[in-house]
Unconditional design. Structure first.
Length: 211
């Protein structure tokens, strides 16, 4: 990794979006490929993910690092598309119907991007129909559902039922998470995996689509 790429990696971890954006363009001008820059960003986000898991950094720092990463990604996105760089998989993610909380969902989404996934973020208050339609359009390998309320986590089951009714359940893995969600609940509703936090979600997602 050359000096510019190393700086991108380090400044991204510190959440310095302006410098990451500037240096991403500098790296392109110096002849770095979009893959080189992408790897610098992803490896930096991986470090942030490990620190988050170990309670060495917290939600604000992760959000700042993720914004910086997204700034760099915006610079190289046209090049990635031109070079045909493929993601490791597609993920549809959203907070379930009736729930407007999104910080946890956003963290998972950012960690997924950092792990190399293409993420289709449906936002909050997502109906079962919207999940199904997004899956049909994207042909994603994984659906992630988030809930922060005990009153809304029951809607996760409705999404799985909608997938079954549409004949798509066997085509996709389902992962759920959020403060009130448990491994036991995941088994009860027929989800494939429960993730206890954002870092674990990215790790488990890799394993799920590799099966």
């Amino acid at each position: 990794m050359n000096e510019t790429l190393t700086s991108i990696n380090e400044l991204m971890q510190k959440g310095n979006m302006a410098e990451v954006v500037r240096l991403s363009q500098v790296a392109i001008d110096e002849g770095s490929t979009s893959t080189d820059i992408l790897n610098a960003l992803l490896s930096g986000m991986s470090v942030v993910g490990v620190k988050f898991k170990n309670n060495e950094v917290f939600v604000p720092e992760v959000l700042m690092a993720a914004r910086a990463m997204n700034g760099g990604l915006d610079v190289i996105k046209p090049l990635l598309e031109a070079e045909g760089v493929e993601s490791i998989g597609k993920v549809v993610i959203g907070t379930v119907q009736g729930d407007l909380h999104d910080i946890g969902k956003n963290l998972v989404s950012m960690m997924m991007v950092g792990a190399g996934f293409e993420v289709i973020d449906l936002g909050v208050n997502v109906t079962p129909e919207k999940y199904v339609n997004a899956l049909i359009e994207s042909k994603a390998q994984l659906i992630c559902m988030y809930a922060l309320l005990t009153t809304t986590m029951v809607n996760m089951k409705k999404v799985i039922e909608a997938l079954e009714e549409s004949g798509l359940r066997d085509t996709v893995k389902v992962m759920i998470g959020g403060a009130p969600v448990t491994e036991k609940f995941a088994i009860e509703i027929g989800a494939d995996k429960y993730a206890k936090d954002a870092s674990s979600a990215a790790d488990e997602a890799r394993k799920l689509i590799a099966v």
